[in-house]
Design a protein around this ligand. Structure first.
Ligand code: NAI
Length: 327
């Protein structure tokens, strides 16, 4: 058995938190040999529900679960944390302007970044799930100057998994037959699911599906899947979002399988013309506990335009939070 890893989940009493915590405690995040200490961070109104979830976690008698601490104080919630899953966020309410949304989330992610900077473990890795995820990650990172920028990431793995599943269904293949798929840009409706380098059981995806399906069905279905789930379920994606968070962190810590890549939003190093520092989704592999952008992919004109449009939105969001003094 290795030393326990401390995992903090914010928004622990929410629906993603409920779908996430049991999987972390059962060993699905970090593997069957790594004991886990859980820290649940909530706002005061969420603490009682988090206590209820903690009671259920106890009742599972998970062999790997060493402790559960609950707090509404970020300095306690991030104490010694190695993996921070920032799920709690301020949703857009009716009539709320984008600027108001960014500002409200700044009020959450700025102090959380400061607390991570002050009390988290030196090797802390942060995944932001709460929307607008890319820009929330940028805000938290800006307030954690002692934590390397590349430790702040945002989740586009759910979009990646959605794209895998749509393409598998269309081609009649299994998801594991699909390699080389990328989500570029923002976790928003402007994201670009790119199959121009994708193979399905060794064959180029572009030989198997026609362009009209790609542009008229695949891309909008993936990009608008979140809204379709809300429409059908009456609530936003929760179990699939939790599953994607598990996939993201597991691959980050333990490494991606040889021979393919996945998608994650990480701070740009300027690759593929994405301005440095913007937290954008890229094709990535993880080696030695760090994400690396897959280099050398040819970007055709169609892809260029789509990537540029989503990155332009990220730059706009960055400039807006800069204007608010949040980064
Ligand atoms: P939810 O509303 O069920 O739960 C959110 C929880 O966060 C609540 O319990 C609330 O009390 C808590 N919270 C709010 N502010 C907090 C703070 N400052 N500190 C700690 N906790 C706080 O929401 P749900 O469904 O769990 O979704 C959470 C977030 O994840 C939303 O922003 C949602 O848009 C986002 N999301 C992101 C996805 C992605 O692919 N990146 C996919 C699906 C959802």
């Amino acid at each position: 058995m290795t030393t326990p890893v401390t995992v903090t989940v914010t928004g622990a009493a929410g629906q993603i938190g409920y779908a996430l915590l049991f999987r972390i405690a059962s060993g699905q995040l970090l593997g069957p040999d790594t004991p886990v200490r859980l820290r649940l961070l909530e706002i005061p109104q969420g603490v009682k529900a988090a206590e209820g979830t903690a009671m259920e976690l106890d009742d599972c008698a998970f062999p790997l679960l060493r402790s559960i601490d609950i707090s509404d104080d970020a300095r306690v919630g991030f104490e010694g944390t190695n993996v921070a899953l920032l799920v709690g966020a301020r949703p857009r309410s009716k009539g709320m302007e984008r600027g108001d949304l960014l500002e409200a989330n700044g009020g959450i992610f700025k102090p959380q970044g400061e607390a991570i900077n002050a009390v988290a473990a030196d090797d802390v890795r942060v995944l932001v799930v709460g929307n607008p995820a890319n820009t929330n990650a940028l805000i938290a990172s800006a307030h954690a100057p002692d934590v390397p920028d590349e430790r702040f990431t945002a989740m586009t793995r759910l979009d990646h998994n959605r794209a895998l599943s749509q393409l598998a269904a269309r081609t009649g293949a299994g998801v594991t037959d699909i390699q080389g798929l990328t989500i570029w840009g923002n976790h928003s409706a402007t994201q670009y699911p790119d199959v121009s380098h994708t193979t399905v059981a060794g064959r180029p995806a572009t030989d198997l599906v026609d362009e009209a399906w790609l542009t008229d069905e695949f891309i909008p279905t993936v990009a608008k899947r979140g809204a379709a789930i809300i429409e059908a379920r009456g609530a936003s994606s929760a179990a699939s979002a939790a599953n994607a968070a598990i996939d993201h962190v597991r691959d980050w810590v333990l490494g991606t399988p040889e021979g393919s890549w996945t998608s994650a939003a990480i701070p740009s190093d300027g690759s593929y013309g994405v301005p440095e520092g913007v937290i954008s989704s890229f094709p990535v592999v993880s080696r030695g506990g760090a994400w690396e952008v897959v280099q050398g992919l040819e970007v055709n004109d169609f892809s260029r335009a789509r990537i540029d449009a989503s990155v332009a939105e990220l730059v706009e969001e960055r400039d807006a939070v800069k204007g608010l003094g949040l980064v």
